[in-house]
Design a protein around this ligand. Structure first.
Ligand code: B16
Ligand code: MG
Length: 221
């Protein structure tokens, strides 16, 4: 059975939508910024949402005024951040999945919608395993299968391709403005939550993840 309305699938961003690894990204980058003596706060962190690891480092280094860094040193800094971030991910468990997120996903699946992940993260599969959703999604498109980061639509177009569903019949849920732009560029209906919703981005906005059930019902799913 597939969705009965115009939409057949929902593609979810991971970090900041399904779970709150965005805080761990913040802590990881903050520790590297502190090592470098670079100012770093939530405003800078919000610019990193949906952005690839190396592009995130470039944003942080905008305020670095020390000696020029070689590409090798930059890679070392990004690896240090990722190592610290992975330690935090290792402490995650199914208890870090909000029950209302799981209930909403089950509700959408019960209506015949296909569910996929569209994340810039190279750690997406590890995170999904940690929170007990390792085998849950019908398709996963992540940082390991793309060459261009959001706002490029590649990650979402790949998700649609893996599902075998026309992008125009997909809904994207995102917490990043760059992710909403990527969804729009993919020709998908876009739904924002968190930071992107606060900024008024997307075709529809969620106060809570559970509101997605109502949005999909309004769309005829
Ligand atoms: P990693 P999403 C994105 O995940 C994060 O929002 C962004 O802050 C991060 O830099 C990017 O993944 C890459 O993550 O370093 O784990 O490969 O929001 O697209 O699920
Ligand atoms: Mg995100």
């Amino acid at each position: 059975m597939t969705g009965s309305g115009p939409y057949e699938a929902v593609v979810f961003d991971l970090d900041g939508v399904i779970c709150h690894t965005d805080h761990y990204h913040y802590l990881g980058w903050k520790s590297v910024a502190d090592d470098l003596g670079v100012p770093f706060d939530e405003t800078v962190n919000n610019r990193l949402r949906g952005v690839s690891r190396m592009a995130s480092l470039d944003i942080i280094l905008e305020q670095y005024d020390g000696a020029p860094l070689t590409d090798e040193r930059k890679l070392e800094l990004a690896t240090t951040k990722n190592d610290r971030y992975r330690v935090m991910l290792g402490g995650m468990s199914p208890a870090d999945l909000d029950p209302s997120v799981r209930a909403t996903l089950d509700d959408l699946r019960g209506r015949g919608l296909k569910l996929a992940i569209g994340s810039s993260s190279r750690n997406a599969r590890y995170i999904l395993e940690r929170i007990g959703l390792g085998d849950y999604f019908d398709a996963i498109s992540d940082g390991t299968n793309i060459s261009r980061s959001k706002p490029d639509p590649e990650v979402f177009l790949k998700a649609a391709e893996y599902l075998g569903i026309d992008p125009a019949r997909c809904v994207v849920v995102e917490d990043a403005v760059a992710g909403i732009e990527a969804g729009q560029a993919a020709g998908m209906y876009t739904v924002s939550i968190g930071d992107a919703a606060d900024l008024g981005a997307g075709d529809a906005r969620l106060g809570t993840f559970a509101d997605l059930s109502h949005v999909m019902a309004d769309l005829g799913a």
